[in-house]
Write a protein of this length. Structure first.
Length: 194
């Protein structure tokens, strides 16, 4: 093996190690995890991350599908396949809030913490478009509370992202799910149990 091919193989291994570490750490702790921690997990220097990926945004761009995009898009796809406007709204709100609780990187996406990342912003735009469709359909079917807008649905997900990311106390899953039902009762008053 020539010195240049050995270097290429080492560089490829380093890049693969960095990507694997980033996927694991971004999924567990969010997209803001210190790059020093990613580098330590990959057993490379922080400078190697910059050399291979250009920094945090390049690294996010290279792993966003495995970290968060596939799951966010799956939530939208599954909601689109649900029959009935009320069922679609309730299943989506439960699913997106559940994903926010389970996967910290979702909140970084929803808060648009890295606007320089084109794939991240494309996810935001896909979510915003789905919110417009969902709210229009909900009003056409008469199941949403008067005055609910797509912006309100967007704000609810962003408010939740802020609370989960920056709140001092993380709620138990039981309390969190109970509060999701309160939100749904406000969005879809007809869905409230009598």
């Amino acid at each position: 093996m020539s010195p240049s091919s050995t270097l290429r193989a080492d560089a490829r291994r380093n890049a693969d190690s960095i990507r694997a570490a980033a996927v694991q750490m971004f999924r567990a702790r969010g997209l803001s995890v210190p790059l020093e921690d990613v580098a330590a997990a990959a057993r490379v220097s922080k400078a190697t991350i910059f050399n291979r990926f250009g920094g945090r945004v390049g690294l996010i761009d290279s792993v966003i599908d495995e970290v968060v995009a596939d799951e966010l898009l799956r939530v939208i796809d599954e909601a689109q396949s649900v029959e009935g406007a009320q069922e679609r709204v309730t299943s989506y709100v439960r699913a997106i809030r559940g994903l926010q609780y389970a996967l910290p990187a979702v909140n970084d996406v929803l808060l648009q913490d890295f606007p320089e990342s084109e794939p991240l912003m494309a996810l935001c735009h896909a979510g915003e478009e789905f919110h417009r469709e969902l709210v229009a359909e909900g009003h056409a079917a008469g199941i949403l509370a008067t005055g609910v807008t797509a912006g309100d649905l967007q704000a609810l997900t962003m408010d939740n992202a802020l609370a989960l990311k920056h709140g001092r106390v993380r709620p138990s899953r039981t309390d969190y799910d109970r509060r999701t039902e309160f939100i749904l009762g406000g969005l879809c008053p007809a869905a409230r149990p009598s």
